[in-house]
Design a protein. Sequence first.
Length: 751
Amino acid sequence: MNRIMKSALLAGAAWSAASTLAMAQDAPAQDDATALDDIVVTARRTEESLQRTPLAISAFSGEDLENRGAQQVLDLQGSVPNLNIVQGRASSNATNIYIRGIGQPDALQTFDPAVGVYVDDVYYSRIRGTQFDLLDLERVEVLRGPQGTLYGKNTIGGALKLVSRRPGQEWRARASAAYGDYNMFDVQGAVSGPITDSLAFGVSALRSTRDGYVTNPVTGAEYNDKDTTALRATLAWDPMANLRIDLTADYSNDDAGLTVGQATNSLIGSSGQTIVAVPNPLPGYDFRTVVDPDLPNETRLESRGISANIALDISDSLTLRSITAFRKLNTDDYIDFDATPREVTSALVAVDQEQFSQELQLTYESGPITAVAGLYYLNEDVSSHQEAYADDLLGPLFLNSRFLRTVDDTLETTSTAVYGNVSYALTDQFRVSAGVRYTEEEKDYVRTTSTFFSALPAFNATFPFRPPVAEYDDTSIMVSADYQITPDVLLYGRFAQGFKSGGYNGRANSAAEATEYAPETADTYELGIKSTLADNRVRLNGAIFRTSYQDFQARVSGLETDPITNLPVAVLSVINAGELEIEGAEIEAVARVTEALTLDAQIGYLDANYEEFRDARFIATGGSRAFQTPAFSPEWTARYGAQYRFELDYGASVTVGGAARYRSRMALAVDNTLTNSQVQLPGVFQEAYWLYDARAVWTDASERYSLGLYGQNLTDETYRTDAQEFSSVGGIRTAYYGAPRTVMLKATVRY
């Protein structure tokens, strides 16, 4: 990073701390109007103040999200230190989430996420279907670092929790309509209220559309658009004073076009022929792309589920809770991997997934003891049909044969766990906590791969694959201690473990390549401080951490000879590549300078390096590629925000706000050098950049009506968010970009 950028970020960090401490000294007593709201979270499965929770967590109330103009979970990008959350590569419905350098960007159905996503404590097993619109939420919590004891497998990087607003005995309604660039139209509404004195209902819905910001200059077709419908209904029943029952049903449908990017290098066929020549250096991206004309312009997702959350207070201190959920997901994604008009590789990925989960949880809170214990069960069935088209790849060496490869597979996962966590207050100021979780898991996988050559029918082949049932188990622990130095300052230390399940590579091209990969694990040491200063006008939280990330699952590409056909085939392997050492620091600050003026900052520093990355193909470096840059691990992430509220003569107000977001240079793929080379591939990197957002919102005196103007990426920065690296398939390296400048006008009515 250049010296000017680094100085600016360090100056911002110094501002965060210095301004906070300055306000804390000799601050006069303030009334509630200038006090920051306390945020209650359930990160440790019991309700407690954010400032008393001994782990790194960012929390946003529904009002916070609305004030920022956040429409989707993707809009959290920049608001949480060391969080990367963007639309998944080549998908309108998957979410690429990395926390502190740990994540899983590939939406293939056999790859598990590394950051757990929960909606009302129901776990979502796939990264598809998690690009949520923020509809009638009470809050969002982002837990950083492994959460293996209370949240289980696949929370090795952390957890993202969405908590819906529970209906109550008071009527509540909200509706909004927004219009913006690219013919964006978003309308949503929510209403809740009593049916009887013990039963309440809630219904929320949205319809959100937007034209594509990528266009085909030849056909006029639009890509990277949005077309989403969502509905959620809840019944909250309190039949007795000690019994609460919440029943929820939800449905969402996404019917967007292709998500396409930019080819970043020339594409070379199997016979050595140049299929598409791409200039070097790469020209700037103008959001215009010509894709495979034979590929349907479709990516479709349908998701629905039901859940029952039942809480029984056995006594004043003991509560039994049951969380039961069933979910179903269907997707049909067409993907142009090479993002050119030639059919180097295009694909259909159709997935049918369903999951059933049951959790029993017992919580105890009395005197110095707070304890949680539970049993967890998950059964997931995933079946998929994949078609890969590569008519332009083979060339004269293969008689210009048309080519089709199909993969049909099924995966059944059964996971069970038992866990416990206890906190004990040794004194009024000093508390210790410990937790443990034991998990057993089975994966039953079946796959059939078929290849079809139009000009070489003798080489058409089918490869069935039925490995033994894979079995994994893990014991994760957590220990922590926290000390309340003053009523407003908490110090804590924490050690936590997490693991991500092993599995089978569902993208294997031949029977010989169909290998199992093992689980990965992470151990994290964390020290943190949480402080509320200046009569609750200032909140300053910070953490430093060190993570040892073992056996990480790396998807890497190569080229080998098929043992049956003797033809060269692309190898898209998943290997347990070695170890990363990740160190970092985080600062979150918010200051209510006056009743009208609020400042905030979120700063993350990350130093991620491979300690070991084994790959025998890298002969020149002794079978190691540890010199490479870990993906989605920028050294710096930062956001600086401010808002000011102007009171108008007739009781109304206007709030203006803005934010500057920074992200330093970042690799967008695990494979980011040529094979057996230390030469970086510039197409799969994004250089450092700033984004600037602003808003102005008028609110009437009753605070029931508001009209806001929101702008994002106001300088129209062109920046990459993800990359597809399939170099072994024609040299494919495709970059995907964030949205250009957008402006939105939004009207809201509340009751």
